[in-house]
Design a protein around this ligand. Structure first.
Ligand code: SAM
Length: 273
């Protein structure tokens, strides 16, 4: 059996997991401070996947190992769990079921947890939520499960949309409570579905985006165009060293009550229009 061992964990390298699957990995597991990707043949892995080590090992059931290592992730009032651990969601927590490995957003990354916690801290009953860069759909689904009447997830990567729709179906969520389309904001690229046309014009109650600092800086004004007055802005994907860029952008756009939460090197910023 061929193993490609990369330094890091499922959390710190969540963004690379897709690349491993795309390269042909037949399974992934975390062991100690390494990610182990199983392959049928030795490949030349470059870019973000460079720096690993090829190992020849005796056969083992990788699926069992992967399933053994993954745990439910609590974040505020939500616990995110893979389908086979749905029964382990503690009583009183709202379960959000996500099949790992299909798109970014399994809850194993600090930014996803910070965003779910920030959504959890709001009263979302009957509210409308726009999730920019939805990935697995996790944040839009969390909002819907927390009572939002309408959560709309868009992503620039078309491959994420069927994954988000499948995750929503698995959680018993359907449009308009949770709805997903390929899209982004800016340069006239955001075209809400007909059912959202009025909403898109008057603004959402909450806009959440787990992207990165430079993009938040570019999109700050556009975010506000899509929020109603008083609406809540939740931005993450921000490395601590780039936080000042985002804070300056929010000050420039006149965002009120700006607050920062941090988890290790990752930051989340909230504010109101
Ligand atoms: N929302 C999920 C979460 O919180 O775990 C996924 C966040 S993941 C870090 C960022 C996602 O944003 C990716 O799915 C990526 O394809 C998408 N994305 C990147 N740039 C984007 C843009 N300009 N507009 C919309 N989506 C974008």
């Amino acid at each position: 059996m061929l193993v490609y061992a990369l330094p890091g964990t499922l959390e710190t390298r969540e963004a690379d997991l897709d690349l491993l699957w795309e390269a042909g990995a037949t399974g992934l597991e975390e062991r100690g401070d390494q990610i182990r990707a199983y392959f049928d043949e030795r490949l030349d892995l470059s870019g973000p996947l460079a720096g690993g080590e090829w190992l020849e090992e005796a056969e083992q059931d990788w699926q069992a190992a992967f399933k053994r290592d993954i745990r439910p992730v609590p974040a505020g009032r939500i616990t995110i769990a893979p389908p086979w651990l749905a029964d382990e969601v503690p009583a009183g927590q709202v379960p959000l079921i996500i099949e790992p490995g299909m798109a970014f957003g399994t809850g194993h990354h600090a930014t996803t947890r910070l965003a779910v916690e920030a959504l959890s801290a709001l009263d979302l009953s009957g509210k409308t939520v726009l999730d920019v860069g939805t990935g697995s759909g996790v944040l839009a689904m969390a909002a819907a499960k927390l009572g939002a009447a309408l959560a709309y997830g868009v992503d620039i990567d078309p491959q994420t949309i069927p994954v988000a729709r499948e995750n929503a179906a698995q959680n018993g969520l359907s449009a308009p409570q949770a709805q997903f389309d390929e899209g982004t904001l800016g340069q006239g690229q955001f075209t809400a579905p007909a059912s959202h046309a009025v909403l898109a014009a008057q603004g959402y109650d909450v806009l959440v985006a787990n992207l990165f600092a430079e993009l938040h800086d570019l999109l700050a004004a556009t975010y506000l165009e899509h929020l109603r007055p008083g609406g809540e802005l939740i931005l993450t994907g921000i490395l601590e060293e780039r936080l000042a860029l985002v804070l300056a952008a929010l000050e420039r756009e006149g965002v009120q009550n700006v607050q920062v939460q941090q988890d290790g090197e990752w930051a989340l910023v909230t504010g109101q229009k």
